[in-house]
Write a protein that binds this ligand. Sequence first.
Ligand SMILES: CC(C)(COP(=O)(O)OP(=O)(O)OC[C@H]1O[C@@H](n2cnc3c(N)ncnc32)[C@H](O)[C@@H]1OP(=O)(O)O)[C@@H](O)C(=O)NCCC(=O)NCCS
Length: 168
Amino acid sequence: MSRLDPDKQARLMIRKPLVSDVEAIRELINDSAELGKMLFRPAAELYEHLRDFHVYEQDGRVVGCCALHVYWKDLAEVKSLAVESQLRGKGIGKTLVRAALEEAGRLGVGRVFALTLETKFFENLGFERVDFDALPLKVWTDCVKCPRKDCCDETALIYSLSQDVSTT
Ligand SMILES: CC(C)(COP(=O)(O)OP(=O)(O)OC[C@H]1O[C@@H](n2cnc3c(N)ncnc32)[C@H](O)[C@@H]1OP(=O)(O)O)[C@@H](O)C(=O)NCCC(=O)NCCS
């Protein structure tokens, strides 16, 4: 499989979603959730939080998604990141996370965190590991509802927007 190169070309396919994209987003997330990679998100929740998302469209199909959820004036989360399995390793995930970081920058959010099993992927993008105690608001919202809260195997990572969020 060839990589999407250059990144500028890839960015042209990034866009904010329409309500008609919810079913494709739900399938992307739930396919990975079935493998234990992320949490399921019901359609109702996706409609409610649709404006958090960017989607990646290729040949008229949504093949990747990523949400940025703002928690507080200085903290947001990158969540619900998924790329269609056959299209992984082409830079789509990286492009989606960078779009979320750019949006955080536009909103004035200083730090963006991720809770993930894909530690290396996020470290490659400049995220740094932190202790869960650094994320008090997150712990009191999503984590208390998570079925894996007593056996959490995810790593917490944070990206500081004072770093250069370069997309070139
Ligand atoms: C994690 C995921 C989104 C990555 O998307 P992707 O499009 O395959 O990733 P990219 O092609 O943009 O990879 C970007 C870089 O990270 C690396 N990378 C990707 N997945 C990786 C992994 N699992 N472990 C280590 N490195 C990884 C790539 O090699 C690439 O490195 P490079 O820039 O040096 O070439 C995708 O594998 C996926 O959808 N996984 C299932 C759902 C999931 O786990 N989501 C994360 C929930 S927080």
